[in-house]
Design a protein around this ligand. Structure first.
Ligand SMILES: Cc1cc2nc3c(=O)[nH]c(=O)nc-3n(C[C@H](O)[C@H](O)[C@H](O)COP(=O)(O)OP(=O)(O)OC[C@H]3O[C@@H](n4cnc5c(N)ncnc54)[C@H](O)[C@@H]3O)c2cc1C
Length: 388
C-alpha cells in the first residue's frame, strides 16, 4: 500500500471518536497523534449506551468482552413524585440501550487500547491550522508547531477544529431546547442498580447508581431557549441550576447541595451539529464535532465508533487518498446520521411531556426494539495491515 503522502494524522480530542480512530489508523498502518485539551482522562461522566453495529465495531476491536464487563447492569427505575413516592416504573429497556457503560470507563478502555501505538498530548489544543498542497501546519497552545499530513477534528460539540477550518459554532450548532447538568455523588439513597426520576413542568431531575452501587450520578434537565453563559465557568453553571431548581420537591434540595460540592460536573445544552460537508481539504470532522445527534438520540457513541471505523477503513482502502476517502466516509455515514438526528429531535420534543402512566411506559418498553431500531449501516470488511 502506498500511503507515503498521508501517513501522519493529528486527531483533536480523546473522547470516544478520537481514540477509536487512532486504534483503526494504527491497525491500517498510519501514524496517529492525539491532542486532548483536558490534562488527563476524565473519570466521571454519565452512562452511554451502544446500539446495533457499534457492538460489531467493538467486537472487531477485540473490546466487546471488556465493555460487557463494565456494563452498568441497570435495572428498571422508579418515577417519583414531589414527596418521593413512586408512581410508575420506568423499564430499563427504554433508556439503557443494548449495552450501557459509564463514559469515563469507555474512554479509559479506548485509551488503554491505543496508548502504546498513539502519541497522546494531554493538556493542549490546536491553536491554528494552515493547509497547503502537501500537508497541514499546526500550531498548538503549548507544544511547538508541527506538520501533519491530515487533521481530524474529534473534539466534540464545541469543536475547535471545526471553528478553525469551517467557521464559528453558531453556523452549525442547533440547540434542542434542553440544558443538562450531570455530576458524581455518593449513593446516599442506598439504591441498588436502579434510579429515581422526578419530573415537574419543563424540568426533570434524577439519580442513578454507578459502579456496583458504590457511587451515583445525578442529573438536572430544564427547558430553555438559548442561554448566554461562559462555557468554562463551572460556578456559573451550578448557579444556573440552583436558580432553576430552587423550591422544587423530592430530593432536589439535597441534590443541589451535593452538586455544589461535586468535583466531576458537566453542564451543556443538548444540541445537534448540521453541516453540508464534513471535510475541508486535509481536515475532516468525526463524531459529535461533525454530526452530533444530541443526547436524546442515544446514538452519539455509536456514531463516533462507526464513523471512526469507516474513516480509517476508507483511508486505508484508498491508499491514503484523503479526498476520495473523506467523500466515501461521508457518503456512508450521512443516511445513518440523518436518521439519528431525526430521533434526537423527536426525543427532545417528548422530553418534558407530562408524567406518563404505567400503561404508556410498558407499551414504550414493549416496542423499544422496534422504536429505537434504525436502518443498519454497512460495515465493509477493510483488511487491517496489523493484527488486533
Ligand atoms: C448528558 C449526555 C448523555 C448522553 N447519553 C448518551 C447515550 O446514552 N448514548 C449515546 O450513544 N450517546 C450519549 N451521549 C452522547 C455521547 O456522549 C457523545 O455523542 C459521544 O461522546 C461523542 O463522542 P466524541 O468523541 O465525538 O466527542 P466527546 O466524547 O465529546 O469527546 C470530545 C473530546 O474532545 C476534547 N476536546 C474538546 N475541545 C478540545 C480542544 N480544543 N482540543 C483538544 N481536545 C478537545 C474533549 O475534552 C473530549 O475529550 C450523551 C451525551 C450527553 C451530553
Amino acid at each position: 500500500m502506498n500511503k507515503t503522502q498521508n501517513q501522519t494524522v493529528l486527531i483533536s480530542g480523546a473522547g470516544v471518536a478520537g481514540p477509536a480512530l487512532a486504534y483503526w489508523l494504527h491497525r491500517h498502518g498510519f501514524t496517529p497523534t492525539i491532542v486532548e485539551r483536558a490534562p488527563h482522562l476524565r473519570d466521571g461522566g454519565y452512562a452511554v449506551d451502544f446500539r446495533g453495529e457499534a457492538l460489531d465495531v467493538l467486537d472487531r476491536m477485540g473490546l466487546l468482552q471488556h465493555i460487557e464487563a463494565l456494563d452498568t447492569q441497570m435495572g428498571d427505575a422508579a418515577m417519583v413524585d414531589a414527596d418521593g413516592r413512586p408512581y410508575a416504573t420506568l423499564p430499563a429497556a427504554i433508556f439503557a440501550g443494548d449495552l450501557e457503560v459509564l463514559k469515563g470507563d469507555l474512554t479509559r478502555l479506548l485509551y488503554e487500547a491505543t496508548r502504546e501505538n498513539t502519541e497522546y498530548l494531554f493538556g493542549d489544543s490546536i491553536a491554528g491550522l494552515h493547509q497547503d498542497e502537501n500537508g497541514v501546519h499546526v500550531t498548538f497552545e503549548h507544544a511547538a508547531p508541527r506538520r501533519f499530513d491530515l487533521v481530524v477534528g474529534a473534539d466534540g460539540l464545541h469543536s475547535r477544529t471545526r471553528a478553525l477550518a469551517f467557521g464559528p459554532e453558531e453556523q452549525y450548532v442547533r440547540h434542542l431546547g434542553i440544558y443538562t447538568a450531570i455530576f458524581n455523588l455518593d449513593n446516599y439513597l442506598a439504591l441498588k442498580n436502579t434510579g429515581h426520576l422526578y419530573a415537574a413542568p419543563g424540568k426533570a431531575a434524577n439519580i442513578f447508581t454507578a459502579r456496583d452501587n458504590t457511587e451515583a450520578r445525578a442529573a438536572f434537565h430544564f427547558a430553555a431557549d438559548h442561554l448566554e453563559y461562559d462555557h468554562r465557568d463551572t460556578a456559573a453553571h451550578k448557579q444556573i441550576i440552583a436558580d432553576r431548581f430552587a423550591g422544587e420537591g423530592w430530593e432536589v434540595p439535597r441534590l443541589l447541595k451535593k452538586m455544589d460540592a461535586a468535583q466531576e460536573f458537566f453542564f451543556d445544552s443538548n444540541a445537534q451539529v448540521e453541516m453540508e460537508s464534513w471535510s475541508a481539504g486535509r481536515v475532516v470532522l468525526l463524531g459529535d464535532a461533525g454530526y452530533c445527534s444530541g443526547p436524546t438520540s442515544g446514538r452519539g457513541t455509536s456514531q463516533a465508533l462507526i464513523g471512526a471505523y469507516l474513516l480509517a477503513g476508507e483511508l486505508a482502502a484508498r491508499e491514503g487518498d484523503h479526498t476520495a476517502a473523506f467523500a466515501a466516509y461521508e457518503q456512508q455515514m450521512r443516511p445513518y446520521v440523518a436518521e439519528h438526528q431525526a430521533l434526537g429531535r423527536e426525543g427532545a420534543e417528548r422530553f418534558f411531556l407530562p408524567a406518563p402512566t404505567q400503561q404508556v411506559l410498558d407499551m414504550l418498553a414493549a416496542n423499544a426494539p422496534e422504536n429505537t431500531r434504525t436502518k443498519p449501516v454497512h460495515l465493509p470488511d477493510y483488511t487491517p495491515a496489523t493484527a488486533a
